[in-house]
Structure formats: structure tokens, C-alpha cells
Design a binder for this molecule. Structure first.
Ligand code: PPS
Length: 289
């Protein structure tokens, strides 16, 4: 008789059925979802590990003529995480506010004139990145010794913080053609960052298209937002991770998942992807991954 293996699970807490990292104050969530969105707000809405920080910084750079954050500033100060810090902190930001959120569409504060930039990443690389994230933030998840196989079972069943990957993606994708939504993929940003910058600037308004028409400004945006520059900055941006854990801005690649997934896991996630995206238009989004 074979015994089914017990999988180790990270620690979470449920807020009205919504799974959040331990250590995120419940009050932040309650208050964050009741924030009244403003017309000038720019939400960076993503499922975790899909390119949030990269896009936050791109938007910051576009809004600030390519000027990088100063040594005393961090990305989470200028673009806080809504459901972590709550609405008071967000309200204090100067407008236009750059707001990070991992909330699903139906919980994200809405205003017809606000801007929502959604970045999607293929679920395979997302799962690997999320695994390292979960391992590294020990105080949140108590999962330092968790394996990829352990985490995969949580990811594929949607039992991870901020909910099921597919629930988040499919619902946001339904709104991809709304006037106030810009839908981009991490992979497209990787293959042509300049094009993504033009799309973001165009979406944010003609004033920003003028900004990036200045070649010097565009070059600065490209340079400060590239993986190497952001890797150097991250020590000040994210809380200290243990020596033996990869950094928050880790590898920044498309296809790293192949180093982690077993053939069985690959088939299970491919099958789930097919099932959850059938008839949505998402089926062909990542044919080459
Ligand atoms: S979080 O915790 O949800 O806010 O994480 P998020 O920022 O969404 O995703 C982290 C992954 O994005 C990669 N990253 C980048 N890739 C390419 N270029 C740049 N500049 C960049 N900045 C961050 C980061 O390395 C994480 O992916 P992995 O695959 O783990 O490297």
C-alpha cells in the first residue's frame, strides 16, 4: 500500500474567505478594499509575481521624466500596496497616485476614469517565482523548508495568498478592452520593453507620450527599469531575505519554470490552463512559453 505524501503548506489567514499572507494586517485589507478610487489614480493590478514591481517603477519613471527614485526613497513608499497599508496611506499620496494591488477585479476599488494596468504572466513562471517568494518571506509564510512540489500543490488548487491565479486572470481579462484598462503581459515586456513603455504612456495620456518622445528620457526609463538596475536597487526596496534565499528581484526570465516542473506537474498545469481558459480568448496567449 502506498501512503499519499503529506504536502507542507505555507501559513495564510483567511479574510472573509480571501487568503492573505500572515503578517499583513487584517485592518489593511478591510480598509484597502473600501478606498474610494479617484479619477487620476493609476492602479498596477496584477496577480502576485507577474511583473508588479517592474511596472510600478516604469510608471514612476514615465511620470517623473525618467528620473530614478532617490537613494532615500523606496518603491513601496511611492507606490504602496493597497490591501497591505489601507486607505489612509493611499489617500496621503500626491496625485496621480500609483497604487499596487493584487486584488481580483471585483474587489479592486473602481472609478470609471481611473487607470488600471494589468500585467499577466504565464502560470508556470509565476508559480516558480511565487514559490521563491513564499519561501523567502519567513515571517509571513513559515515556509522556509517548503519544496517546489509542496508549493505546486497549493498553487494548482488555488490555495495561495491573493487567491487562485486563474480566477484573477480570467476576470481581469474580461475587462481587457475597457477604456480604463491596459492589459499587458510580462513576456511581451521582456521581448520589447520600448513598445510596452509606449503602450503605457499612451494609455496614461498624450502628455506622457510627449515625455517619452524625448530620446534621452526614454533611454533613462529603459536603463533604470532594466533587470540589472532594479536588482541593484532592491536591497533598499524589500525587507532583508535570509542569506540562502534568492533575492526578491531574482532571475527575471521567461521559461525558468522548466528547471522546476516535473513532466507530471507540467501536464497538470497545462490541463488546468486549458480547462480554465476555454472560450475566454486566453487560450493562445502563451503558446511559446
Ligand atoms: S510581487 O511580490 O507580487 O510584487 O512580485 P512582482 O514584482 O509582481 O514579480 C516579481 C518578479 O518580477 C521580476 N522582475 C523583473 N523581471 C524583468 N525585469 C525587471 N526589471 C524586473 N523586476 C522584477 C522578478 O525578478 C520576479 O520574477 P522571478 O521569476 O522570480 O525572477
Amino acid at each position: 500500500m502506498t501512503l499519499e505524501r503529506e504536502f507542507k503548506k505555507p501559513r495564510y489567514y483567511l479574510h472573509n474567505g480571501f487568503r492573505m499572507p500572515m503578517g499583513f494586517p487584517p485592518e489593511g485589507f478591510r480598509s484597502g478594499i473600501s478606498y474610494q478610487a479617484q479619477p487620476s489614480d493609476i492602479f498596477i493590478a496584477t496577480y502576485p509575481k507577474c511583473g508588479t514591481t517592474w511596472t510600478q517603477y516604469l510608471v514612476w519613471l514615465i511620470l517623473n521624466n525618467g528620473q530614478p527614485l532617490s537613494a532615500s526613497q523606496t518603491i513601496s513608499e511611492v507606490s504602496p500596496h493597497l490591501e497591505e497599508v489601507g486607505k489612509e496611506t493611499i489617500t496621503k499620496l500626491t496625485s496621480p497616485r500609483i497604487i499596487k494591488t493584487h486584488l481580483p477585479y471585483n474587489l479592486t476599488p473602481y472609478h470609471l476614469e481611473a487607470s488600471y494596468i494589468y500585467i499577466a504572466r504565464n502560470p508556470f513562471d509565476c508559480a516558480v517565482s511565487f514559490y521563491h517568494h513564499t519561501r523567502g518571506f519567513i515571517k509571513h509564510y513559515d515556509f522556509a523548508n517548503g519544496t517546489f512540489d509542496d508549493f505546486f500543490e497549493c498553487f494548482i488548487t488555488g490555495e495561495v495568498d491573493f487567491g487562485d491565479y486563474f480566477d484573477n486572470l480570467v476576470l481581469w481579462y474580461e475587462h481587457k478592452d475597457d477604456d480604463n484598462v491596459l492589459f499587458l503581459t510580462y513576456e511581451a515586456m521582456k521581448s520589447n520593453l520600448q513598445k510596452a513603455i509606449f503602450k503605457i504612456a499612451t494609455f496614461l495620456g498624450s502628455k506622457y507620450v510627449e515625455t517619452i518622445k524625448n530620446e534621452q528620457v526614454l533611454n533613462q526609463i529603459m536603463t533604470h527599469s532594466n533587470f540589472e538596475s532594479m536588482s541593484k536597487k532592491q536591497e533598499r526596496w524589500s525587507s532583508k531575505r535570509p542569506e540562502n534565499m534568492p533575492p526578491f528581484i531574482r532571475k527575471g526570465e521567461v521559461g525558468d519554470w522548466k528547471n522546476y516542473f516535473s513532466p507530471e506537474q507540467t501536464k497538470r498545469l497545462r490541463d488546468k490552463f486549458k480547462m480554465r481558459t476555454l472560450g475566454t480568448g486566453l487560450e493562445n496567449l502563451w503558446l511559446e512559453v
